[in-house]
Design a protein around this ligand. Sequence first.
Ligand code: CUA
Length: 326
Amino acid sequence: MSGHVFSAVQQSALDPAGPQAERIGDVWWLMFWVCAVVMALVTLALLGGLLHARRRRESEAPQPIAPESHRRMTWVVSGALATTAVILLVLLAASVSTGRALGSLTSPDALVIEVIGRQWWWEVRYMDDQPSNILTDANEIHIPVGRPVLIRGTSRDVIHSLWVPNLHGKKDLIPGYVTDTWIQADRPGVFRGQCAEFCGLQHAHMAFLVVAEPPAKFQAWRAAASQPARPPRTPLELRGQQVFLNRQCALCHTVLGTDAGGRIGPDLTHVASRRTLGAGTLPNTRGHLAGWIVDPQSVKPGNRMPQNPMPSEDLLALLAYLESLQ
Ligand code: CUA
């Protein structure tokens, strides 16, 4: 994936940005170094054995193994077996204790975000005690730096798996069931996440971004994102809004503040402020948006959005309107 939109995006389990990923990273490095040392020792022993056998084959005829040499070999093999068992136990203990530690990283004053996996995008809802204050967004999860976040994950169709390598391990999202995942970002950044469970034709195009921002910036974003859509300001935008409402767009998409209330596709109230289109598939630019609207099936075959051939004046107006939805 090229383009400046994605250049600052991070995605690496070995570059943890929070306490959960940090612990998973620690276990990863422990396993890496233990396995590296074992691999090196086994390779050395194998090479030593090969050289020894070759030297003996060249110098003398085969001889029976001497009793003391046989005893030594028994000790070496038993020692290697015991070491293997101990190493496996240590790795098991490290893995179990990491799992327990991850389960204990909870907090009473967490931000609660509902993430719903759908074929093939992510519905994101910022929960609030007042149902009218719940903010619905898609394919981008904004979180404040330094504050624990409880992700309540579920699915509307098949099993998906939520994975943001810089913040946590994988967590399955299962239809009819809620799985809790705690994350926390300790530094600002844009972290790429993706679906990690095969969920159909476009599984590979089911990505999202986690945008970790300082708390004040997050609050400002949330306040702006909770506003209804900006009304059209120019004749072109107004015409674009009519195209949106009169064509089939409004049947599947919501734009708060208009009659468009479809719930099949992502909420588009602030689509222009998102970084990507098609769940992390394309950068959100005018050209990609036009291509996506007219022919989403060639970008992401099998997704729910139909082809939308339309006169170019309608398309230009529609683009102007959608790009005004900051
Ligand atoms: Cu959703 Cu794979």
